[in-house]
Design a protein. Sequence first.
Length: 309
Amino acid sequence: MTTINRRRFLMTIGAAVTAAGLGTPTILRAQTDTIKVGGLHDLSGPLDSSGIPMKQVFNLAIDEINAQGGLLGKQVEAVVYDPQSNMSLYSQYATQMALKDRVAVVHGGITSASREPIRPIFHRSQMLYFYNTLYEGGACDRNEITLGSTPAQTVEKLIPHAMNLPAAFGAALGHFMFYGRLSDVCLGVVTMVVTLIFRKLINHTAGPEYSIGDARLGDYNGIPSIPIHNVPRDPAAWLDPAQMFQVFMGILIVVYVFLRVIIASDFGRISVGMRENETRSSLLGYDVRRHKVIVFAIGSGIAGMAGAM
């Protein structure tokens, strides 16, 4: 009669159960006739203007793949949910995709706030995840693929516009105000109206069609996913907060020295004299309006650069 060892019996049963548990998902996947691809895009809510076009492109790509015979001999099936720009729904649908739908890959998330709740879920499930919008850095998973612009690509296109456009606009507005001989009260009204116009304009720039170069605008939220500043011509060398502070202090010192040089020049001394007494400067033959326009444009350029930083 054969004697059964208790420890060997338990080990045998445990190995059999483990093998059955590991084998079952493989059998289920083999019986699946389609390859499921998940899409988490905001089809309603504040970010629907970005989510709807992304979902349309998502469906277009799947249709083109299926029209060419599918992938690995199977048709691709889209599994799409609308998180409604709600972070709780993002987490809920991500969990459902990973555990219930068992999709092969997920494309989704528009902002960093929507990416962070779902990224750990896909990481635990070892599910491939594509984040297809601008990326600010600081997050890295083995199963996550980010396709957004690099820091250098965004900042290089943004900084020149941020300096030149405000300076040009300031020169045009200053020419209108100063050569129009507006009174102090009218100057206040004009600048307030211009501020309200820009406020209304920014309120309608959340769509993907609004951008400065490759940098998309983002309504009142500002430009979304602004990347971390990096060393010029070295996109991988990001600046930490202490280094950014040093860089900005250096820029501040350069701007201060630049302004001191201007003030010490003939143009600066004339401008100071106009500030003290415009009538006297005008009677001495100086073009007060031209000096005001130039000073206004310089101030606008500095303000634009400060906003970009």
